[in-house]
Design a protein around this ligand. Structure first.
Ligand code: HEC
Length: 162
């Protein structure tokens, strides 16, 4: 015997190849038959029985309004909507003009400039700050500010300028 292995001739190679293809299929068919062979489908089986046999294991049941709505995430909401302090808003949106008194803006801390404005009443100052007033842009030009944030910034400015 020279050489290793069983396959010596082309004929043996063809047989080996055919066996390699057929054997796994035959084993799979045999296995499938072993598992399902005893469960032959009865041609007279009733439709109800078929339904029962092939029904899904789990079913999704939708409750109609009985479950309470999921609670809103309070921590996240609180962070997202927490108003900025008057000083923060002032530094962010107002100081650019009111810090140095740019373009006729009454300078923060300039009591003489603020006295007649404060005399109008705080409601007017709020209104002018939120809606805009002559050279004063609405919300200082920062539309992301809430009314309360603008009011807090006005309060801060007024307190600094009395
Ligand atoms: C682009 C510059 C600018 C920015 C930014 C700005 N202001 Fe003004 N503001 C002005 C000017 C100019 C006036 C004066 C308007 C006038 O009376 O002619 C003014 C006036 C005011 C007045 C007095 C209004 C009145 O009725 O007399 C208040 C209060 C005020 N600003 C608050 C704020 C607040 C609060 C912010 C930030 C949220 C802010 N401003 C941001 C320019 C600015």
């Amino acid at each position: 015997m020279s050489g290793e292995g069983f396959i010596k001739t082309p004929k043996q190679l063809i047989i080996a190849g055919a066996l390699a293809l057929v054997t796994p299929v035959a084993i799979a068919m045999l296995g499938a038959h072993l598992v399902t062979g005893s469960k032959r489908i009865d041609p007279n089986e009733s439709p109800a029985s078929v339904e029962q046999r092939i029904r899904p294991i789990g079913e999704l049941v939708k409750s109609e309004g009985t479950a309470p709505p999921p609670a809103a995430a309070p921590a996240v909401a609180a962070v997202a909507t927490k108003p900025r302090s008057g000083e923060e808003v002032y530094q962010l949106a107002c100081a650019a003009c009111h810090g140095a008194g740019v373009a006729g803006a009454p300078k923060t801390g300039d009591k003489a400039a603020w006295a007649p404005r404060i005399a109008q009443g705080v409601a007017t100052l709020y209104k002018h700050s939120i809606e805009g007033f002559k050279g004063m842009p609405a919300r200082g030009g920062n539309s992301s500010l809430t009314d309360d944030e603008v009011k807090a910034a006005v309060d801060y400015q007024v307190a600094q300028s009395k």
